[in-house]
Design a protein around this ligand. Structure first.
Ligand SMILES: [Fe+2]
Length: 367
């Protein structure tokens, strides 16, 4: 067999090329939109692409599955529960896809998303048992996939993990992510084993109730442009551009350096904004930024704001990628704002109306 894990360092995603060295048939799992790496591998090894499989409808990055399947006439495979607008080969729990002498067996492991599957890789000439499992965003290394990316369910995730942990200790675990927003505490290793995760994955040491609570309490922010990316992967939008693919420089400014006339763009979740925000700040969560670009003016400086400065920096980079000329990020976010003793406003957002406060007109940062 041939097995290659391809790591996308920028997105924290892992994709896979599995092939039979005898029949030269290949399958690609969870491909990224930049497909050159797969094309090069297929050409170099003279493989024929037979299947392209997305373990689930991704919400954090645009999939290259349709592009590859179209180009190679390969079968585009997803679990039958996938709600997408384009035709695909529906997979069911227990289905087996032959790939030369290899077998890819489908294990339905919902939780992160309802349609998420894991794939057992079996090489019968060596063993009738699987030696590897591709887990998508069910079991991650040191973590499990978040259930809040669209139709997910923490209890279903617990049951899916239980199924995966029934596999023998020696089965190698290859996840869909090694970094990024799909989990909260991935260790960074790109692979593991069932035995190691059973013993040392902190979430798997919890009782079922505590496991569910840990996934549903204090849910982290939705990733940048999640709504546009998920819609694109379902086929109801064509917003491939909604992925952050560049890293343009964005100046990080102090609370005292907010320029006069700037628009404060708060990219946190609505609940965070309601709890406290800067007077006049407009709330567009980073998850909805791409869908709501029309609400963001291009004729003034945009100051992105979040809790600590991480989301605002990524959002600022995305706005620059989209051609916004003047974008800065509030260094330290609301944490820095609070620490400096500046006043805050509590309450719901003001929709998309651009608000300019007196102090903005009065010459920059408030007193
Ligand atoms: Fe995911």
């Amino acid at each position: 067999m041939y097995f290659k894990q391809i790591l996308d360092e920028r997105l924290g995603c892992a994709s896979y090329l599995i092939a039979s060295r005898e029949s030269h048939e290949a399958a690609i799992v969870d491909p990224s939109l930049e497909t050159d790496v797969y094309e090069d591998l297929l050409a170099a090894r003279d493989f024929t692409l037979r299947y392209v499989i997305d373990t689930h409808v991704h919400a954090d990055h645009v999939s290259g599955a349709r592009r590859l399947a179209d180009r190679h006439g390969a079968e585009l495979c997803l679990h039958e529960a996938a709600r997408v607008t384009y035709p695909f080969h529906p997979l069911h729990d227990g289905d087996v896809l032959p790939l030369g002498q290899l077998r890819l067996q489908v294990l339905h492991t919902p939780g992160h998303r309802p349609e998420l599957i894991s794939l057992l890789i079996i090489n019968p000439p060596r063993s009738p048992e699987p030696s590897m499992v591709l887990t998508g965003d069910s079991l991650l290394v040191g973590d499990v996939g978040r259930p809040d990316f669209g139709g997910g369910d923490a209890s279903a995730q617990a049951e899916s993990i239980r199924r995966l942990l029934a596999l023998p200790d020696y089965v190698a675990v290859f996840p869909g992510h090694f970094e990024g927003p799909c989990g909260r505490g991935m260790c960074g290793r790109p692979s593991s084993t069932v035995g190691f995760e059973r013993r040392f994955n902190p979430l798997l040491q919890l009782a079922p109730e505590a496991f569910v609570t840990s996934l549903t309490d204090h849910v982290p922010a939705r990733p940048l442009n999640i709504t546009a990316i998920e819609a694109t992967n379902r086929g109801v939008a064509a917003m491939e551009w909604a992925m952050l693919t560049t890293a343009p420089p964005v100046e990080q400014i102090s609370t005292e350096a907010i320029p006069a006339g700037a628009l404060l763009l708060d990219v946190r979740e609505p609940e965070e904004y309601e709890e406290e925000h800067i007077a006049g700040a407009v709330n567009i969560p980073q998850g909805e930024l791409a869908d709501r670009l029309a609400e963001i003016p291009r004729d003034r400086t945009i100051v992105t704001v979040c809790r600590s400065g991480a989301r605002s920096l990524r959002s600022g980079q995305f706005l620059k990628q989209m051609g916004y000329a003047s974008v800065v990020s509030l260094d330290g976010g609301m944490n820095a704002w609070d620490a400096a003793g500046h006043p805050i406003v509590r309450g719901p957002g003001r929709g998309s109306r651009i608000v300019e406060t007196e102090w903005m007109h009065a010459g920059g940062a408030r007193t």
